[in-house]
Design a binder for this molecule. Structure first.
Ligand SMILES: [Zn+2]
Length: 392
């Protein structure tokens, strides 16, 4: 029952806010964070402040939930602050309803063995233990899907459920993640992978639920430029849904490896302020720490950049789909900061569901304006025109 899940989660958030107010920070700071971030983000923030004393406080603070709900609580650890090093934090996991680390929304196959909670009911494992990554992925994937399912239901759009995550450790590359149908294939190279990467892949699943996976579009022109935009609408949707959920415009943080950070808050304008796939790859090629961590992956980038194959040369000269989509996403990110995250999430889901195809940025911009409230429309229109969209 979704309502029960929400009650459990919010009870704990309120309890943590209570601890926070009493012991560490002012009400203004807490309220500021509530306004800026969604609740799960606040939970992480709260836990990071109280982490050293979390165990004792979580078990000693009285709660208002009925006892029968309390008995079903299951704790686990997730990894945060992964930029330079990982910190493990204890969180309340969403109830398991269909199996271990499984509910109606998410399950894993295969699961690592010996997933046994400690005497406090916590699935707490060392950060370099693969089981840690599974608990982390369960927590974040469930949270993102729960968040968007509420909005999709409000819009009478299809919701997401039964997502299978096939998670594997692979230290040879910075992450090989893809989504197809209802399945996410993900690799992680460090204790637990970047939560924004998981948010991105869940974003694809939500997009597929609304539109189906991208495929040949007979009614659209088939030039390579258009294909790059179609791809950009797919990758841009995944980036935006992740960024709006987490309140973080960074969608891939490889900065621990001195590599370029990808953010949807990037200025892109047609035709003169673009970022090509070649430029993105050159940034990775030239990041020394990155190349020493992932030598094989680095070599594949060098090989691609020096390829003499005309198809490869043409493709990498095109706008990079992950960052060129900031032509749409940066205005939406700023609209979310100005008018609120929730109306922008609702607007984007309604627009993308209503689009006929994976299409041009211009069509998406027009659809967003068609669906937007007057104040958001006025803001977005100005931003899109500034970026060379809506010209004709
Ligand atoms: Zn993607």
């Amino acid at each position: 029952m979704p309502t029960i899940l929400i009650i459990i989660k919010y009870t704990h958030i309120i309890r943590l806010i209570d601890i926070l107010i009493k012991k560490y920070i002012s009400m203004e700071q807490v309220l500021g964070h509530i306004m800026l971030n969604k609740a799960s983000h606040l939970l992480v923030m709260a836990l990071s402040i109280i982490s050293s004393a979390a165990d004792a406080q979580l078990s000693s603070v009285p709660v208002s939930s009925p006892p029968q709900l309390q008995t079903s609580l299951q704790y686990g650890q997730i990894g945060v602050a992964q930029v330079k090093s990982q910190i493990a934090l204890k969180v309340v996991l969403q109830p398991f309803t269909t199996g271990l680390l499984a509910n109606d929304l998410v399950h894993f196959d295969p699961l690592p063995g010996n997933l046994v909670p400690d005497e406090h009911g916590c699935l707490c494992f060392p950060v370099d233990d693969d089981r840690f990554a599974f608990v982390h992925a369960y927590y974040y994937a469930t949270a993102v899907i729960e968040d968007y399912n509420i909005l999709l239901s409000e819009l009478n759009l299809p919701t997401v459920k039964d997502v299978l995550i096939r998670l594997k450790k692979d230290q040879s590359n910075p992450g090989d993640d893809s989504a197809h149908g209802n399945i996410i294939d993900a690799t992680f190279y460090r204790p637990a992978f970047d939560y924004t990467t998981l948010g991105h892949e869940v974003g694809h699943i939500i997009h597929f639920a609304l539109k189906g996976p991208p495929g040949p579009e007979p009614e659209a022109p088939t030039s390579m430029e258009v294909d790059a935009e179609q791809q950009g609408i797919g990758e841009g949707t995944a980036n935006l849904l992740s960024a709006l959920h987490f309140g973080n415009p960074v969608v891939q943080s490889l900065d621990a490896f001195d590599a370029p950070v990808q953010s949807i808050d990037t200025f892109v304008r047609y035709p003169d302020a673009m970022i090509s796939t070649r430029q993105m790859m050159e940034g990775l090629r030239d990041a020394a720490v990155f190349s020493s961590h992932f030598p094989q992956f680095h070599q594949s980038i060098v090989d691609t950049l020096s390829s003499s194959d005309p198809a490869v040369k043409n493709y990498i000269a095109l706008p990079d789909p992950y960052l060129s989509s900031s032509i749409i996403n940066q205005p939406l990110w700023h609209a979310a900061n100005r008018f609120g995250v929730r109306p922008v999430k609702l607007l984007y889901l309604a627009a993308i569901a209503d689009l006929r195809t994976y299409t041009h940025y211009n069509d998406l911009a027009k659809k967003l304006l068609e669906k937007a409230s007057p104040e958001i429309r006025a803001f977005l229109e100005n931003e899109f025109v500034l970026r060379g969209l809506l010209a004709q």
